[in-house]
Design a binder for this molecule. Structure first.
Ligand code: ZN
Ligand code: ZN
Length: 252
């Protein structure tokens, strides 16, 4: 079985847990501290000492704020990050670089990273465990046919649903920030996320995990209204990640 949940998912910190066995945990992004990660894992009856690998999607603060405190306490954990950051993040000793469209393995999982459009080098992943296929997408301003084709047979889609367009433009954010978020290198709005789901729908797609909701310009209610309620495929289960406490665990 594959298990997946978010520990925290918002612009303050993003951290996700993936595993097949509870003593072999993979952390995807490390946006919250060792202390908080440890506590939230305990709430899920899991032990932070069982984190065996950390994958960093990109080096925006909300995705690696907790990394230093975690590896200080867990020095043997291997960090996987994009080779394009090789020259910038040289202080991690236990590291493996990944490259777009080159598969790598962590424990029982096969992982294929691919380029996604953002205002910083970023990667999405196709994750395969036995006959189960997962698409992981966070922080992307736009999508193209390459991504749609790569993820055409997934069972679980993990995708950001960052903001509601209306709330974004009515917010007190400076105009430049609104433009950045809404640009093709920013984040997916609820409307964009709906479009991606419609493009990616296949009969084997059973689970949609929506995350990285903005505290100021989105809410679970908005995501329900603007994404979930607009899709009426049978047997599609949705989980919406809370901002700063763990989501329900998805097991399949
Ligand atoms: Zn982010
Ligand atoms: Zn980002």
């Amino acid at each position: 079985m594959v298990n997946f949940f978010s520990l925290s998912s918002c612009s303050d910190g993003n951290s996700f847990i993936l595993y097949s066995q509870p003593d072999n945990l993979i952390l995807i992004d490390a946006g919250i501290s060792f202390k908080k990660t440890s506590k939230l894992l305990k709430d899920k009856f899991l032990d932070i000492n069982n984190v065996k690998a950390i994958i960093i999607t990109h080096f925006h603060r909300d995705h690696f704020n907790g990394l230093d405190s975690i590896i200080k306490r867990l020095p043997n954990v291997r960090i996987y990050f994009n080779i394009l950051y090789k020259k910038l993040y040289t202080n991690y000793t236990n590291k493996t670089f990944f490259q777009y469209l080159e598969k790598f393995n962590i424990l029982d999982f096969e992982i294929l990273p691919f380029f996604i459009e953002h205002d910083m080098v970023n990667a999405g992943f196709k994750i395969i465990y036995k006959d189960k296929k997962i698409g992981f997408l966070s922080d992307m301003g736009s999508f193209d046919d390459k991504i749609i084709n790569l993820l055409s047979d997934i069972n679980l889609l993990i995708i950001e649903s960052n903001h509601s367009i209306e709330l974004l433009y009515n917010s007190f954010y400076p105009v430049e920030l609104k433009k950045r978020i809404d640009s093709t290198k920013g984040h997916l709005s609820n409307e964009d996320t709906l479009k991606v789901i419609l493009k990616l729908y296949n009969p084997n797609l059973k689970y949609i995990f929506l995350h990285h909701l903005s505290k100021r310009t989105n809410s679970m209610k908005n995501v329900e209204e603007e994404v979930v309620n607009r899709l009426n495929f049978n047997n599609l289960k949705f989980i919406i990640a809370p901002y700063d406490y763990p989501s329900e665990t998805l097991t399949f």
